[in-house]
Write a protein of this length. Structure first.
Length: 497
């Protein structure tokens, strides 16, 4: 008797989206546009950090290529950034570029450790009003960064920028086969060369490298003294880089209606920064402007565009440096002005009169601090702090205390609401200690005890009644409130006497 084994269905292999010819074309062209836009940005950030332009260009190449494999947000661009340049500039000035490389490597290690500690979960505590402020401040910073390219320049620069913007805005109405920013760059470059105009170009921004980056170990003493020098800068790199990267990832999530792995993005940024340091780079994080070019202006959605933005950057500056150097800055300014316009949340202006004042205050605080410090991470931090303070003030007024005399001669206080440091301080003043009878019951069925400060206030209330020979009993505590009360009561002092 023979038995036939059941035939199992063959697993279906899903090929990556970028293998589709139409998708691949979009990704390749998007990567090329981003690579072109990265060149002047990387050079200017290198100057800001006080290092050779090659340091910023090599950093952008290495980080874009590495994050294409390690990152958690497809199509997001990571490269050298102004925020990181501001962090490392004092270190490069005071101790030299080798210490900068060591700090970038250590910053990457810190980012990996923060990822393991679950830093990505903190994103849930960033309110929408902070996110709107972050986006609007970013758009303003991108626009103002273009102003030096529009100041004290030959007159043809202005119609060139206007023509570039017209191409970028109008071409998509005719065809989306080729990214409009790329068409603008090609058309304006051809026009300048044909007309023979002497206009500011990429070559005037700084010297382009003529060789490949190579692996190196930072030439610094491996000692506690070195660690003490680089550790503060490394922490700055880690926190600023993760803040900007995770906020950018969330922004791309919203634009593309997809989810990304924020924990993977966190440690991926760490690996990319470590690689940048080992290959002579200045470190960096997600670039919001270039990411918007890639995702919003060019329609990229996969890791291929991220990889190619770095790979093509190196090809352009090393093999095609003479060609790239003649690209007019007016073309790249037009691209970045478009990005700033597309990034700004115009809906937030149209609805600002209908929004609660607290949310408007948070949004404007985020924008103001970001523009003042030129640091998105500080702006977001202040925005979250303002949001927390306003929330605490608002919820502190939601605690209600009512008093009623019982038939047995006791008095019963009924407390409802969330009890924490802001609301429980007022709770202490809601009792009539001198006039109440000897038996006092405080019903907390409708309340929740959230912190040790509230337990300290409860102990203070008990102490106040006890000194008058009266007994107070707290009833109705839920399971979590009971556990917190039993853990802290009697350990914090009376608090008030």
């Amino acid at each position: 008797m023979s038995s036939a084994l059941p035939t199992l269905p063959r697993p279906r292999l899903t090929r990556p989206a970028w293998l589709s010819p139409s998708v691949a074309r979009t990704e390749v062209l998007a990567g090329l546009v981003v690579a072109l836009a990265l060149i002047p940005e990387a050079i200017s950030f290198s100057i800001l950090a006080g290092v050779d332009p090659r340091v910023g260009l090599f950093s952008s190449f290495v980080m874009a290529v590495v994050i294409a494999f390690t990152g958690g947000r497809p199509a997001m661009i990571t490269a050298a950034t102004g925020a990181i340049a501001l962090v490392v500039a004092p270190l490069a000035l005071d101790h030299g570029v080798q210490y900068l490389f060591a700090a970038v490597i250590l910053g990457g290690v810190f980012q990996i450790l923060l990822a393991a500690a679950g830093v990505a979960r903190l994103m849930r505590f960033i309110p929408r009003s902070v996110m709107v402020g972050f986006v609007n401040a970013l758009a303003i910073l991108i626009f103002t960064a273009q102003l030096p390219q529009l100041t004290d320049v030959p007159f043809p620069v202005y119609p060139m920028v206007a023509a570039g913007l017209a191409i970028i805005f109008l071409l998509p109405r005719l065809t989306t086969a080729v990214p409009a920013p790329l068409v603008a760059i090609v058309v304006l470059t051809t026009l300048v060369l044909a007309a023979g105009w002497e206009l500011p170009d990429v070559g005037g921004e700084g010297e382009l490298p003529d060789s490949l980056p190579f692996f190196l170990l930072p030439d610094v003493p491996f000692s506690l003294e070195t660690l003490g020098i680089i550790a503060p800068y490394a922490l700055g790199i880690a926190f600023v880089g993760l803040m900007e990267s995770l906020m950018t990832a969330k922004l791309v999530d919203d634009i593309t209606d997809t989810h990304s792995d924020k924990t993977r993005e966190s440690w991926g940024q760490g690996v990319a920064n470590m690689a940048s340091g080992f290959f002579g780079g200045m470190g960096g994080c997600a670039m919001i402007g270039q990411t918007m070019i890639n995702v919003k202006a060019s329609g990229a959605r996969t890791r291929l565009s991220t990889f190619l933005s770095g790979a093509l950057l190196l090809v352009l500056v090393v093999a095609l440096g003479d060609v790239v150097s003649v690209i007019p800055m007016a073309a790249l300014v037009a691209v970045m002005v478009f990005v700033s316009i597309a990034t700004f949340d115009w809906h937030s202006l149209r609805t600002i009169h209908r929004m609660p004042k607290s949310e408007t205050t948070v949004m404007l605080s985020t924008v103001a601090v970001t523009l003042f410090t030129h640091n998105l991470a500080i702006g977001v931090g202040v925005g979250v702090l303002v949001a927390c303070v306003l929330f605490a003030q608002r919820i502190a007024h939601l605690v209600d205390v009512s008093r009623a005399l019982a038939a047995d001669g006791s008095v019963r206080y009924t407390v409802t609401g969330a009890l924490f440091f802001a609301s429980s301080n007022d709770l202490y003043t809601q009792f009539e200690y001198a006039d109440d009878p000897d038996e006092v019951v405080v019903d907390l069925t409708g309340a929740q005890v959230w912190d040790a400060s509230t337990v300290a206030v409860m102990d203070a209330i008990t102490h106040k009644y006890t000194t008058r020979g009266k007994r107070v009993e707290f009833v109705g505590l839920d399971e979590h409130s009971t556990a917190r009360f039993e853990r802290h009561t009697g350990q914090l002092g009376a608090g008030h006497s």
